[in-house]
Design a protein around this ligand. Sequence first.
Ligand code: BGC
Length: 383
Amino acid sequence: MQKKLLAVAASAALAFSLAACGGEGAGPAAGSSDDSQAAGDVTIGVAMPTQTSERWIADGNAVKEGLEKLGYKVDLQYANDDIPTQTQQIDQMITQGEKLLVIAAIDGTALTSQLEAAAAAGIKVVSYDRLIRDSPNVDFYVTFDNYKVGVAQATSLLYGLGLTDKAGQPAADAPAGPLNIELFAGSADDNNATFFFNGAMDTLKPYIESGVLVVKSGQTDFAQVAIMRWSQEVAQQRMENLLTSTYGGNGDGLAGVLSPFDGISRGIITALQGVGLGPSWPQGLPIVTGQDAELASVKLINEDIQWSTIFKDTRKLADQAVVAATSYLEDKQPTANDTTTYDNGIKVVPSYLLEVDTVNKDDIKPLLIDSGYYTSAQVESGS
Ligand code: BGC
């Protein structure tokens, strides 16, 4: 017990979040099946999708650090966005006797047999950021409020187009329109992508119905606008095609683009720049949204090229994953703050949802630099 308390004290930030969640006494407890097992003998598997996007590197490092501070060993794996690589990594974690799994899935529907094996071995599974679907063996879900992310993205688009204020209240001097926009969504195999898109579309709908906003290409269905694996290149290609098919090859009349992820935003911006985005652009810069506050995009926001992004503080999500993991390893149930929203096709998975912040140029300093997430030198260089 003393050892437990010492280790908890070693991490003030985590101790705070544990206390905030009522996880009294949570710490480097014994493995769930053997009460005499010390934390140092327990390995936790952490499966992350890819290192091509900064956010997952930050997530992986923060989860690893949080668990290691409590004395656990951590097996952190990245899968290059390749489904067989991820399933193999998880198979291996199970055969190696790892005591708990924290998984950010590539394809949310591809892990059913892995999770069955985990459950048979008494291994708890925490779904990280992305919901694992079609399996009864997902024990807990830690994530951001994904529907609200979509609302925030659409609100930011409306704000950029002068239709609302930053909080989403109608602007007094709003343009009458019609304003042309295009829509992009994330990877169809990622449960989050639909939540983002639904949140955004519910917010844009009144403006589309009244004719103030027009999706000129007519492509408004999720299936038409989804970008597989959130690929920057595929997004660039789609934007180039839209410019040719719908905007006279030079972007004429395009006012804004709803983008669900900074990588996709950069693909869109590259396509726009390819047809002359810049001082010669007829009606100013189209408004492009984003998500994740990736450095390369924060730099573009700072330079007035990308309009906004959504900041998800991965440090907070990692803390929640550590709290959930620690609870299970102490044979306790982690505290959920949502037990109705995330139906994975088989069951509603108890979830802990975090809030997000929208970042425009003015928010970079207070939200990203002053909070220690990035240094101003990083924002300037974009890396
Ligand atoms: C995450 C987003 C991220 C996207 C692409 C989603 O599941 O929630 O934060 O932008 O994946 O990596």
